[in-house]
Unconditional design. Structure first.
Length: 309
């Protein structure tokens, strides 16, 4: 079983337009709604791969009820903690001409101290039965930057393993708690290190430092260039296969879903890395966020190579 947690869950709405033009009228050709937030996308991908997954997090108000309904329609079990505030809506405007998605993200509700304690108590119970977790996305208002670090400490205490995918101060604090794996992109690492851009040498140096600190898998996603992953055996470059890109939103979450599925099902690390990159690539070929076709993933894995640097 894998549990994917989204502290700032949302309803994802995708508006498709022929060509997005700022400052003018844009006609929407199609609308899609789904349970959203990075952790939700991870869970969707694990489910697409045939894995056993459920979701945790916060959900409040009418939007929260709709999130639960959307998950139920996907047959993904949820244990979302009710909150007083209203869950958010996140809008993606998909430009069919360019294939690019423009995201408009609401801030979301404020989490109270009692609601946060309820989450920590639930996590403590949950992680005594579940071994694999994803902690993904931004922190909602009301939580301190070390919120993920608190959660990782509980998971580590109970012997569970967690992939952390966040950014900014939440990532910095989370790194100190030693998650099993992290998945920042190049820009997120540059931001926390204080550089405008990261060279390959910079990424390898930073990744090796994280590994030496106790993080077992450091995964830097590089978009169309694939991924750079460090572990105790060295640094590895994984190529991304050429695919027709439709919508790249959610591809990083698909990477996490593929990695978790591989690890939780006992795949060797190289196979799990290939699966992660393949999932990210396949997700980019669909309009839907957090969707992969299992057969396409397996086919692309045969095209992916891993080179030790």
């Amino acid at each position: 079983m894998i549990t994917s947690i989204t502290l700032n869950a949302a309803i994802d709405q995708i508006y498709e337009v022929g060509s997005l033009s700022a400052g003018s009228v844009n006609r929407v050709s199609s609308v899609n709604r789904d349970a959203g937030g990075k952790g939700m996308n991870v869970a969707k991908v694990v489910s697409c791969l045939g894995g056993s997954v459920d979701v945790g997090g916060f959900a409040g108000g009418m939007n929260g009820e709709r999130i639960r309904q959307l998950l139920e329609e996907r047959s993904i079990p949820s244990e979302l903690i009710p909150i007083a505030g209203e869950s958010r809506v996140c809008l993606t405007v998909l430009d069919k001409t360019s294939g690019q998605g423009t995201e408009l993200l609401e801030g979301g509700p404020v989490i109270s101290e009692s609601e946060w304690q309820t989450m920590l108590d639930w996590l403590d119970r949950k992680s005594k039965d579940v071994n694999w977790f994803a902690l993904s996305g931004s922190l909602p208002k009301g939580l301190k930057p070390d919120a993920y670090a608190e959660m990782i400490a509980i998971l580590n205490k109970n012997g569970a393993k967690v992939v952390l995918d966040t950014s900014g101060e939440a990532l910095i604090k989370g790194l100190n708690a030693k998650p099993y794996a992290i998945k920042p992109n190049e820009q997120e690492i540059a931001d926390i290190i204080g550089k405008k851009a990261m060279s390959l040498a910079d990424l390898i140096e930073a990744g090796n430092q994280f590994v030496e600190s106790g993080i077992e898998h450091v995964c830097f996603t590089l978009g169309g260039e694939g991924a750079l992953i460090m572990n105790r055996k060295g640094s590895f470059a994984i190529n991304a296969p050429n695919v027709p890109v439709v919508n790249t939103v959610g591809s990083g979450d698909a990477f996490v879903g593929g990695l978790l599925f591989g690890c939780a099902t006992g795949e060797d690390v190289e196979t799990a890395y290939k699966r992660a990159v393949a999932c990210g690539s396949v997700n980019a070929t669909y309009k839907a966020i957090g969707f992969v076709d299992q057969k396409q993933v397996e086919a692309l894995m045969k095209e992916i190579t891993i080179n030790k640097i």
